[in-house]
Design a protein around this ligand. Structure first.
Ligand SMILES: Nc1ncnc2c1ncn2[C@@H]1O[C@H](COP(=O)(O)OP(=O)(O)O)[C@@H](O)[C@H]1O
Ligand SMILES: [Mg+2]
Length: 414
């Protein structure tokens, strides 16, 4: 990649990035290309994003006091938490306490990191969303599930990446789903929701001064059960009709307004059922599935760069948010490894040489133990592909996926 000279405004600026895992790779690479001084933190010493950092700190992305100390000691000019939920609120609070610029307030960050608090706010603001009931135990949840009907969804209100999430098919499955949700929940509460059947879209957007700029609107294609809700592909453009896409964008925009996002990136999941769009959830951050990289190849908008600018309090010109279709179609296809201990990954270079393959990320190193696919964190990597059409991008991604092999030792599991 040709990085070019870093913008002068960035020279000497110091940025703290919360997380150095798969979901932060794109932003970290972009920060490195801009020659920012990057301090990355992650509790996992082998986190793949550390290779882009000038300094690495083995600190949990949820350890607020350590993060504040580190930000102070490193005299950073800004903090950012791309692709992960809970640390978004930590970044906003620490920025406020240290008097650093930040795109969102702690209040907005808190609303956007709680599925429950945002549901309440959406209800007040009239944002369309699935029917939901807040519960604290099995009896309440059983009653709520009966009222909502089966199948329904039980989830922890303050987790991401399918942790604590269950699709519940019948009354007999409620108890176990409640246990799963409460085990994951930070708050001793859980949500029982109507299952919105149909499609699911992601709206990647960026706000400047209260103006919401929608960028890539992608179809989210999910894994077969039991990996409920785990994305295997994000593909652009959506197959929906333009008018339906317009309604999806309107729903995402109203959700962003409701939680008070006036600046910076947002990532909104919209379920499109028979009664129109319903906002599944919103996050005040970049998506964690290479959404910014997809946006860049599809529309020429550098969402990673814009998010970096926002985190450093720099002005973002409207030209930085003007989409121009660069290709006919683009997709991110996630890779899944067979269960076992990873020995090696082969075929990556060969796959990268295929036409239309713009990026490949491998998330894990040899020695990592893969289990069955259940959640987002179980995925093994991703391919970014483009084509003249959505179908061509998907086909090319599939070809690359077929060449990349995760060699695992199965015995190591026992
Ligand atoms: N009420 C719902 N109706 C339909 N699908 C849902 C519902 N809730 C969750 N899902 C599916 O599960 C996925 C993950 O749920 P979500 O609430 O976004 O939590 P998280 O992304 O934090 O795991 C969604 O993207 C969607 O595919
Ligand atoms: Mg989600």
């Amino acid at each position: 990649m040709v990085a070019g000279d870093p913008p002068e405004r960035d020279q000497g600026k110091r940025l703290l990035v919360l997380g150095a895992g798969p979901a932060q790779l794109g932003l970290l690479a972009a920060a490195r290309a801009r020659e920012l001084h990057v301090i990355a933190l992650d509790r996992e010493p082998s986190a793949p994003g550390f290779r882009y950092a000038d300094r690495r700190a083995i600190v949990s992305t949820e350890d607020e006091s350590s993060i504040e100390r580190l930000a102070g000691a490193e005299r950073v000019d800004g903090l950012i938490a791309p692709g992960i939920d809970w640390p978004v609120a930590i970044a906003a609070r620490v920025a406020e306490r240290l008097g650093l610029p930040h795109p969102i307030s702690p209040e907005t960050a808190m609303l956007s990191t709680s599925k429950l608090r945002q549901r309440e706010r959406f209800a007040e603001a009239g944002v369309p969303q699935p029917e939901y009931v807040v519960c604290s135990g099995a009896a309440e949840a059983a009653e709520a599930a009966q009222r909502i009907g089966f199948p329904c969804v039980v989830k922890a209100p303050d987790r991401q990446g399918q942790r604590g999430l269950t699709l519940v098919g019948s009354a007999g499955e409620v108890e176990e789903a409640v246990r799963t949700a409460l085990d994951a929940s930070r708050s001793a509460t859980l949500l029982v929701e109507e299952l919105v059947p149909g499609r699911e879209m992601t709206v990647n957007a960026f706000s400047v001064g209260g103006h919401f700029f929608p960028l890539t609107v992608t179809d989210r294609l999910t894994a077969p059960l039991p990996a409920f809700g785990v994305a295997l592909t994000h593909v652009w453009p959506s197959e929906l009709e333009p008018a339906e896409i317009g309604a999806v964008v309107e729903a995402a925009s109203s959700a962003a307004r409701a939680v008070g996002i006036e600046n910076g990136p947002s990532y909104t999941q919209v379920l499109v059922g028979p009664d129109g769009p319903r906002v599944g959830e919103l996050a005040a951050r970049l998506g964690g599935g290479h959404d910014a990289e997809l946006c860049r190849v599809a529309l020429g908008v550098d969402l990673n760069g814009d998010a970096l600018s926002a985190a450093l309090g720099e002005e973002i010109p409207a030209t930085a948010l003007s989409p121009v279709a660069k290709v006919g179609g683009a997709c991110v296809r996630f890779l899944v490894a067979p269960p076992g201990e990873l020995r090696e990954v082969t075929g990556v270079e060969e796959a990268f040489a295929l036409e239309g393959i713009r990026g490949i990320r491998i998330y894990r190193r040899p020695g990592h133990r893969f289990g069955e696919l259940r959640r987002g964190a179980d995925r093994a990597g991703a391919v970014l592909a483009v084509g003249d059409s959505r179908d061509e991008a998907l086909e090319r991604a599939g070809r690359a996926e077929g060449i990349i092999r995760f060699e695992v030792d199965v015995e190591a599991l026992v």
